[in-house]
Design a protein around this ligand. Structure first.
Ligand code: UDP
Ligand code: MN
Length: 252
């Protein structure tokens, strides 16, 4: 019997939301023994998210929601990287996972806009404590490198803040639920220096570098890409109105 992978996805309302969730769902639908935890950044669950995740082929999922506090939301004047994202949403997923002390399996945080090779989930599933692998397009490089041998991590090949204890992207590790149960206080926070969220989570879970299990053929394969979707151009909305036309309502 396969251990369950709990895939945690924070998601928020924007024109491309349904496209992102559809693409991710198309990937996850090919993976056996997963439970998809979708946490909407919203005061109430939307039918758009419910419809999308409920009809795309992932049979086991839970739709949660919690809004980001107003003062932690990205201001229009701030660069996109200014604030941590998905903090409350991921923390709610951690709480949900811990809610049943007998729950076993592996947790992976999968953002809605990244790109996942389905073979990544085979690597994730075999996580005893914490497993790691390189993530493409992170840290200002083609990929942030990990020096791995015989399934162990020897060092890091990174440029952005190399003094980080675990210079990893959220997409670059998975955690056995046992750790979440053992360290019930471990969670994400808003007041964390940029780039340190992953390190802080892993250190608060009591993880040391020697605990890490190297995956993806000793960190020599890219199985996940930190892709970012360009916002769609909606610059002709006024032009359409000038022509006296309105778009009929559609689903999506
Ligand atoms: N997210 C969210 N609320 C926000 C911004 C982002 O729930 O206000 C989600 C988003 O859908 C994604 C994750 O948090 O799953 C990380 O956000 P994003 O991909 O924008 O971060 P980046 O790739 O820039 O680190
Ligand atoms: Mn992203």
């Amino acid at each position: 019997i396969l251990p369950t992978i709990y895939v945690v996805t924070a998601t928020y309302k924007r024109p491309e939301q349904r496209a992102e969730l559809t693409r991710l769902c198309n990937t996850l639908a090919r993976v056996p023994a997963i439970h998809w935890l979708v946490v909407e950044d919203a005061d109430s669950p939307s039918s758009l998210v419910a419809d999308t995740i409920g009809n795309c082929g992932v049979l086991s999922y839970t739709h949660l929601y919690v809004a980001t506090p107003e003062d932690e939301k990205l201001k229009s004047t701030e660069p996109y990287w200014w604030r941590p994202k998905g903090v409350r949403q991921r923390n709610l997923a951690f709480e949900w996972l811990r809610n049943d002390p007998s729950r076993t399996g592996v947790m992976y945080i999968a953002d809605d806009d990244n790109t996942y090779d389905v073979r990544l989930f085979d690597e994730i599933r075999a996580t005893r404590r914490v497993s790691v692998w390189p993530v493409a397009f992170a840290g200002g490089l083609l990929y942030e490198g990990i020096r791995c041998a015989h399934g162990r991590v020897l060092g890091w090949i990174v440029a952005f803040k190399p003094h980080r204890q675990f210079p990893l992207d959220m997409a670059g590790f998975a955690i056995n639920l046992q750790l979440l149960h053992e360290r019930p206080a471990a969670k994400l926070a808003y007041k964390v220096e940029r780039g340190f969220q992953e390190s802080l989570l892993l250190t608060s879970l009591g993880v040391r570098q020697s605990d890490l299990e190297a995956r993806a053929n000793d960190c020599s394969r890219i199985l996940v890409w930190h892709t970012r979707t360009a916002p769609p151009k909606l610059n002709n909305v006024a032009l359409l109105a000038e022509r006296g036309l309105t778009l009929p309502p559609v689903i999506g």
